[in-house]
Design a protein around this ligand. Sequence first.
Ligand code: PGA
Ligand code: ZN
Length: 422
Amino acid sequence: MPVIERLTAAEILDSRGRPTVRATCTLAGGASASASVPAGASTGAAEAHELRDRDPHRYGGLGCRNAAAQIGGEIHPSLAGRSFADQAELDRALIDLDGTPLKSRLGANAILAVSVAFARACALVRGVPLYQHFAGMLGPAPDTLPRLTINLFSGGMHAGRQVAIQDVLIVPARPTIDESLALAYDVYQAAAALILKRYRMRLLTADEGGLAPPCESTEELIEMAVVAIKQAGYRPGSDVMLELDVAASQFYANHQYHLDGAMLDSAGMIERLVRWVDRYPIVSLEDGLAEDDWEWWPTLHRALRKRALVLGDDLLCTNPARIRRAIDAQACNALLLKPNQIGTLTEAAEACRLAKEVGWQVTVSVRSGETEDHWAADLAVGWRGDQFKPGSITQSERLAKYNRLLAIEAETGWPVVRWPAG
Ligand code: PGA
Ligand code: ZN
């Protein structure tokens, strides 16, 4: 049984230049591993709490010195010298030590960093790749790689809100990661050329590296994706599909969706989403409605379930209780899984298990604020994610994940899971 010898931490910076946390876990026997955690910007209201310093004179209050100090100052003395049978036991100890419902005392950022660093150190001791170690938490063993969903265009909070929706992503229908990325490159180049021609603009990119053209409507943005796919020499709907991250909570207020100059009620919003799915090769629709519009999610799900993934991000917050509620209400058919929304690997694994038990698809996702750490790629493979959503192909914190996936592909030769899964 692994015994924790030492836990240390540092404040480091993420891809937006904001602080985040890296933890290092050393086990008795000397195995030592680090892990960094990401941070969101369009966060769900029900997410676990990130501990930030709130010192207005430093990083606008976003510093993570306190979170890092919790690891060395409180978590280390409580856990050092103790043995843990498995990840669940360690995570339980962290949850108990924190003692709050949303991990607000020690901080979900501090807790997750320790949770993942411990997993990595254990994988090291076992001499297995991290994805294989992750697989052991959930079973059965993986034999496929996730499909990629890759940011092409961005709007919303990640791109100055020139259009309301957050992302238009491409989903290459290719049997390998290698071919999927080569296709994504072609489409990205075609899209960049299109933007230059239409708007006389060089590349402006959003937080996750998506292109951010000054479109006037969502449909203009989706339309451009279709044109870019065609100009790159591919067939929309068979070579490449689309996914939208609508991130509707971000433009929902007083029971109205403020979209493309219109005010829509929930029924009107659903009508709009169905129209997009009718017109464009959209196979997955994330957060089509707001996180607290529970009443209307089942209607959206009924309208689209045979045609597209009705994917819950802010709606579910990788939170087993919210997932149970969504299953009971038949609110959606797919989970967006972000471990830092819940704060430990064990709870994220429970979220994944619940979703898979009822036949939902699972998209493992990174955050808009990322680091060069690539454990999310191992997680997407180890937990048999149907899809993996690391962002665009042009920023190195995203490429760290794609490159890790290429390495896993080279090592295993596993094919990309087919659409639809199974
Ligand atoms: P976030 O955005 O990381 O800023 O929350 C990603 C998403 O909404 O999927
Ligand atoms: Zn989202």
